[in-house]
Design a protein around this ligand. Structure first.
Ligand SMILES: Nc1ncnc2c1ncn2[C@@H]1O[C@H](COP(=O)(O)OP(=O)(O)OP(=O)(O)O)[C@@H](O)[C@H]1O
Length: 312
């Protein structure tokens, strides 16, 4: 369980987090979404004690990170796969982390196998691809078998097979009852992976929702196909709906759901050959929600911020 309460973080004149509050529950994959510069990495860094908050608090299982005596057993994080000692082997990298927590070598080998890295366990990480580094980073995060897992842009730079693998792993970890929080600036990456989303912009929470409800909230219109479409169009309009013509003699109807349209057509004994509820794509929804935040960011960055939207 993660709890972030009224978290504010300033870097000089930049307000990276602005009284951000949310909770992340165990047993599901939660996506932490926002445009570049929204404050995702900052939040994750504050949760694992790498950055101190200006005010507010971030708790893992009810405690600040600094108060956890053996953190690897409680929270694992993949924050930046680039920060590996290039001269160390994969095994040695994990062994160094494991030592302070008295984690056995057998656990290291099990994890390397699980991550598909057993064949390169004794190779130097300097020669690893980004995908291999990500896998090693995840092995490190899982060393102490923690109940809370944080991953910052874990699929960045992965190929299609790597992304599929990562998705499966996230879902397995959540199904085991862990709290899994992963950040991304791409809704498309999240749509298939997460059960629940937290959307942030400008350091504030914009929305929190299950993936399913998010899609439902953005129903757009209903597509109706009927051999008597002209007559039906008139009836629907008379009932107060807005009707326009769609592709192949279909009607595009707004202002009513499929049940209302279907019932009305049945009352008038008009056959219906198709009734389709159309929603905005999750990508559209996300862009709509974060548009204002992104615009603001672009303006900020012109004023000298650290990262630009150009990196999107
Ligand atoms: N160490 C730092 N020093 C100064 N400013 C920082 C620092 N880290 C982050 N910022 C600024 O804080 C804001 C939030 O950045 P953060 O990296 O947390 O966003 P993000 O949502 O993770 O973005 P991205 O998707 O690009 O990683 C940005 O304006 C950024 O420029």
């Amino acid at each position: 369980m993660i709890e972030v309460r009224e978290l504010t973080k300033r870097y000089g004149s930049t307000l990276a987090l602005d009284r951000l509050s949310f909770q992340v529950s165990p047993g599901r994959v939660t996506g932490f979404l926002g445009p570049n510069g929204a404050g995702k990495s900052t939040t994750l860094r504050v949760i694992v004690g790498l950055h101190g908050p200006t005010s507010g608090v971030a708790l893992v299982n009810g405690r600040r990170y600094a108060e956890i005596s053996r953190p690897l057993y409680e929270v694992g994080a993949l924050l930046d796969a680039g920060t590996l000692h290039p001269g160390r082997t994969a095994f040695k990298h994990l062994a160094c982390l494991a030592r302070s927590h008295r984690i056995a070598s057998a656990r290291i080998m099990t994890l390397l196998e699980q991550m598909g890295l057993q064949g390169v366990a004794h190779k130097r990480v300097g020669g690893f691809s980004l995908g291999m580094r990500q896998r090693l980073g995840i092995a490190a995060a899982l060393l102490g078998d923690p109940g809370v897992i944080l991953l910052d842009e874990p699929v960045n730079g992965l190929d299609a097979e790597g992304i599929r693998w990562m998705r499966g792993l996230m879902r397995t970890l959540a199904a085991e009852g862990r709290t899994v929080l992963l950040s991304s600036h791409l809704m498309s990456e999240m749509a298939l992976t997460v059960d629940h989303v937290l959307i942030i912009g400008r350091g504030r929470l914009i929305a929190e929702s299950s993936m399913e409800d998010l899609a439902k909230r953005f129903y757009r219109d209903v597509l109706v196909r009927s051999p008597r479409h002209l007559e039906l169009g008139g009836i629907l309009q008379a009932a107060g709906m807005s009707v326009s013509s769609g592709p192949q003699d279909r009607l595009v109807v707004t202002g009513a759901d499929t049940a209302t349209i279907g019932d009305l057509a049945a009352e008038r004994r008009i056959p219906i050959h198709e009734l389709t509820q159309r929603s905005a794509t999750l990508e559209d929804i996300y862009l709509e929600m974060t548009d204002e935040a992104a615009d603001h960011r672009t303006a900020d960055h012109r004023g000298g911020g650290r990262k630009g939207l150009g990196s999107a």
